[in-house]
Design a binder for this molecule. Structure first.
Ligand SMILES: Cc1cc2nc3c(=O)[nH]c(=O)nc-3n(C[C@H](O)[C@H](O)[C@H](O)COP(=O)(O)OP(=O)(O)OC[C@H]3O[C@@H](n4cnc5c(N)ncnc54)[C@H](O)[C@@H]3O)c2cc1C
Length: 491
């Protein structure tokens, strides 16, 4: 069976273990309860729905559910939960922070291992610039603790997202031109295998797991309980620019930024947004459905002079902006606040974030008219344009395989269930318009549930096949749900 599945790349679909009914497992659940310090909630019990759906970021929640949720208190609980699943021929899915947009932590049946309480910073070595953390540390918490010690880590952009799945998927980080992706700064992981063993994986020790843990996202075949991180000195002068342009000019601005990007310092994180105009520019945006183009740049430097000098070329854009601010001093807290406003809590969402080597101008032109019809004012289209002479190369020794000049797409967000259809239609059309420009997808921010080919497209062909082979080798019985199985029901 394994051979046939591997031949079609089918191990990534996962082997359907014959799950017993909750009734069959009730004795074992009692045993599991005795073995675990954490909380166990089985289907039919009070609070089951809260345990399954309560912590999810995207409020567009499908009705898939596990048979039992094990909210683990420590590594020993993770081991007990995996062994319980094996003994009962049930499959396992892991819940990190529950922030993945397309809800891969919801599968039909099996055991959901919820890591919510693995939320400690284990150690920080200031001199050696290293830290060991449990997975459920948020981007904001990580930077706050490290920045206070003069250190920093390439965390993600939004304050509330947890390192857990962010690092596992690759990690589109702050300051990517200098620090690279989040996964690039993972030096080792501790994990529980499909056999229920706690192991450490690094370049030298259990290297297959280390390779997979850096980028396989929801295709990983283990439970990561600790990340060993490489840290960096905190840049002493972070400065930001913000310019607003008419949506009519967004294509030309995108073209100019695309041409400039290679000559800019890699220490600048450059982004072009299409989004709802701020109140003071509402009138000027009226003819474009209230939408506007915003360009932001953050320079991560050591002196204000260095930051200003690196941002200076962005002042010379020949297209006239509607308003702007140059070289505002910032700290990480403010960067998180700004991202938090754009990606608020409590929304319903669809996302398709992709990589492209095309001009951001061409991509903007393809969707400019469509943007004016976005039904929700919360929706954002973002293109991050990598700066510096070289596009960040693919990460060596990692499943993460993407590398391109531009990263982005639509983050379609709305508030009410009755808006689902209209926003979904708008989102799908936007994604379709951008598809001709795509060279790949990001496993952490695209819909791998509704559009499984996005998962395949997040990896080079070589890495996709290697991941399938490693899954065959290390999880031959398919204890962990693969990318695609257990997902029938509402996408
Ligand atoms: C508001 C917002 C902003 C975002 N900004 C960024 C950004 O700046 N950069 C970026 O790269 N991404 C960003 N993301 C995407 C986010 O990083 C990924 O979706 C990531 O998967 C979320 O991590 P999580 O722990 O919440 O994942 P979950 O939703 O809990 O899990 C996602 C998948 O990873 C697996 N998984 C998670 N943790 C573990 C673990 N410890 N061991 C084994 N498997 C695990 C799960 O089984 C699941 O299949 C953002 C998401 C949101 C909602």
């Amino acid at each position: 069976m394994a051979g046939a599945a591997a031949a079609t790349g089918g191990m990534l679909l996962g082997i359907s273990l014959q799950a017993k009914t909750p009734k069959d497992t009730s004795m074992s659940i009692a045993t599991l309860r005795k073995a675990c310090k954490g909380r166990i909630v089985a289907v039919g019990e009070p609070d089951f729905k809260k345990a399954v759906y309560g912590g999810l970021w995207n409020k567009r929640i499908p009705d898939r559910a596990p048979d039992v949720v094990v909210r683990v208190a420590d590594e020993q609980d993770v081991i007990a939960a995996v062994r319980f699943a094996r003994e009962n021929r049930m499959k396992v899915v892991v819940r990190g922070g529950g922030h993945n947009w397309c809800q891969p932590t919801l599968r039909n049946g099996g055991v959901l291992i919820d890591l919510t309480d693995l939320n400690k910073v284990v150690s920080i070595d200031v001199e050696g610039r290293k830290a060991v953390v449990q997975p459920i540390i948020s981007n904001r918490e990580a930077q706050k603790i490290l920045n206070a010690k003069g250190l920093a880590f390439p965390s993600g952009h939004c304050p509330q997202v947890k390192l857990s799945g962010y690092l596992l998927g690759g990690g589109m980080a702050w300051n990517p031109g200098i620090w690279g992706s989040g996964a690039e700064s993972v030096e080792a992981v501790e994990l529980v295998t499909a056999q229920g063993e706690l192991i450490t994986a690094s370049e030298k020790e259990n290297p297959d797991y280390f390779w997979a843990a850096r980028g396989s996202g929801s295709g990983f075949f283990g439970v990561v309980t600790r990340y060993h991180l490489k840290l960096y000195p905190l840049p002493k002068a972070i400065h930001g620019i913000t310019y607003y342009y008419s949506l009519d000019d967004a294509g030309a601005v995108g073209t100019w930024l695309g041409e400039r990007a290679a000559k800019l310092s890699p220490s600048i994180e450059l982004s072009l947004f299409l989004l709802e105009a701020p109140p003071e520019l509402k009138k000027k945006a009226a003819s474009n459905g209230g939408k506007i183009c915003m360009v932001t740049g953050a320079a991560f430097a050591d002196t204000p002079e260095e930051a200003k000098a690196s941002l200076q070329p962005l002042e010379s854009c020949p297209i006239k902006c509607l308003s702007g601010s140059f070289a505002t001093p910032l700290v990480f807290e403010q960067l998180f606040d700004a991202s938090g406003v754009l990606w608020p809590e409590g929304v319903r969402a669809r996302v398709e974030a992709t990589f492209s080597d095309s001009s951001p101008g061409e991509m903007v032109k393809a969707i400019r008219a469509h943007m004016t019809k976005a039904p929700s004012p919360t929706t954002v289209v973002l293109f991050t344009i990598f700066t510096g002479p070289n596009v960040p190369p693919p990460l060596p020794n990692a499943a993460y395989s993407m590398s391109a000049k531009v990263y982005g797409g639509p983050w379609t967000m709305w508030w009410e269930e009755r808006g689902d259809q209209r926003n979904t239609d708008w989102h799908q059309e936007c994604a379709t318009l951008l598809r001709p420009f795509n060279v790949g997808y990001y496993i952490g921010e695209s819909d791998t549930v509704g559009r499984p080919s996005n998962a395949v497209g997040a990896f080079s062909a070589q890495n996709w096949h290697r991941l399938a082979d490693l899954r065959d080798k290390h999880d031959p019985e398919g204890v962990f749900f693969g990318f695609f199985d257990g997902l029938s029901g509402t996408p």
